[in-house]
Write a new protein. Sequence first.
Length: 280
Amino acid sequence: MKYPLLVNPQWLHDNLDNSEIEIIDNSRVIDFYSRSPIKGAFGVPHHPYLKRRSASGELTQHVMERKTFLTLCYNLGLDDDKHYVVYDDDYGLFAARFWFVCRYFGLHNFSILNGSGKGWRGQGRPVSDHMESPVTGRKAMVREQKQLIVKLSELETLCTNSDVQIWDTRSRGEYNGVDSRGNLRQGHMPAALHLEWTDMLLELESEHAARFFRPLAEIDQMLSRLGLRRDKTIITYCQFGIRAAFCNFVLELLGYPNHRLYDASMGEWANRPNTPLEKT
């Protein structure tokens, strides 16, 4: 059975007893969030960025290695016969990152919860006082989809390709070079179209409120006004590949056929001496 890519709290509530559905918490702060996870959810025993680590243990700029993902699959008990609903407590940002990494490794049986954990709790839906433990063991078939990620050497050529569009998903300050994010150089890629990832979400009503996706027709119009075209290959980037992965999820949700992620993003590009950058 095929399930929606984006599910609402009512849908998940109606499927809490569905034996095909399991719930994954990919929150940034598991210790805090474990006090009130969604009923039946289990957590991801890994940094929510799902990046590989250097020999010293530092997170690198690139997606986790295949062998590390296989370990994660085993620890979570990911199974091709199950469908997983992923959520976090950051407006879907890290849930979308989890979705993208799973898609990169060839797994497609995942949905994201609209409104995330805050939206679920805000509607008074069932929570637990503890995080469940997954049934370990790996049955999922992993096949890397390397075409979904763009590497630096390829992107330097694609920047001038008329069949490619570049989407800068960062803040306006990062795009125009005011906010350096600690990079050696500032600005944006030439010809990059700018629309911040948070613009896909409804306005924040209060500091601790949930943010749900805007109606899909509205988001589609926003991307059309931005200039994104369905007959082009769209490459997203940000600082570290997290916000950009969220926007890849949006593109998938809207049925854009060709989209890729520059996973290393500005953490790599803006710290090289000769990569082209522009300021506005």
